[in-house]
Design a protein around this ligand. Sequence first.
Ligand code: NAD
Length: 372
Amino acid sequence: MLIGVPRESAAGETRVAATPETVKKLKAQGHQLRVESGAGLAASATDEAYAAAGAEIVDRASAFAAELLLKVKSPSAEELTLVKPGTALVGMLNPFDRAGLEALAGAGLTSFALEAAPRTTRAQSMDVLSSQANIAGYKAVMIAADRYQRFFPMLMTAAGTVKAARVVILGVGVAGLQAIATAKRLGAVIEASDVRPSVKEQVESLGAKFIDVPYETAEEKEAAEGVGGYARPMPQSWLDRQKIEVAKRVAQADVVITTALIPGRAAPVLVSEDMVRAMKPGSVIVDLAAPNGGNCPLTEAGKTVMKHGVTIVGETNLPALVAADASALYARNVLDFLKLVITKEGAFNVPMDDDIVAACLMTQGNEVKRGS
Ligand code: NAD
């Protein structure tokens, strides 16, 4: 099969969908690989490394002229003019972007969005949300530590004692857990909040304190359990009580990292303007929900702003700031997914009885297949 790996063209996108490691494996399976010149440069993968792994280094048009395209982001309108109808596409295609999916269908692509894979054990090795959120959680703490004008660890020096930073993490999914682990390694004192009760044990096992907001009604408990591993919107009664508890912690915090998301909806507001006003000058908020509207209304997507003496980081693509490892993990996710849609004989197929393939299929034969 002829597989193309174009250079990503979206602003700030430094990742690449195949690395020399995965190219070598695909080559060993008998595929022909075309990598656009410079596709991996921002992720520390040179043309020479791809060539040594068995790829042909080609120009942009040739990279798109393949049977199967491996991408990070959904192709732009300009890129869609380069693809032939019937081409297969694997990437992070944003399953909730109906207009984007219609554009892919219009171009005749058979496309798979890896973000739509179910949260099951079998799908774990191709779970791009997890592999990239893990990196985002790590990088959020790195950025916070960089912006914060004090130490994270407690220090006892001849010049006096320095207090440990107090870090509050709101939303403890994959990114939040990694943020806790990373802040802990730097010596911070950490508290964390999430709607899902199962998180408490995970938070405590990482040495952080869980901000308990007990469920008072069956409706609250049921919403908190979520569906398929994801959070559902919580009843207002619980959110009001959570806000009071979180506000107390945020007022004392030096760093707040917010990661709360509800798939397909705007991110919940967890840090209000009043709460920011009550924070200490020099505190830092890193809002991982910035691309989905932010967990703080003062967050500006793609920017770092100073509001009421607090630095608010609204970086929208944190994994792209750790491009080499983000690409390495993403490319392995892609490679694992390809095992489901390429037969042992090397032919492309779409086995709709496979739950992962069926969930990821977004467009086929000019039609949007996804229900939402
Ligand atoms: P996510 O990125 O969708 O959301 C981040 C976190 O925000 C979630 O923990 C969510 O509960 C939380 N949140 C939502 N609203 C909130 C609010 N109002 N206040 C506080 N927190 C709020 O989540 P994710 O990182 O994709 O992970 C979701 C879950 O799925 C996790 O438990 C994760 O461990 C699990 N998971 C399972 C598998 C698997 O079984 N294969 C794979 C990946 C993740």
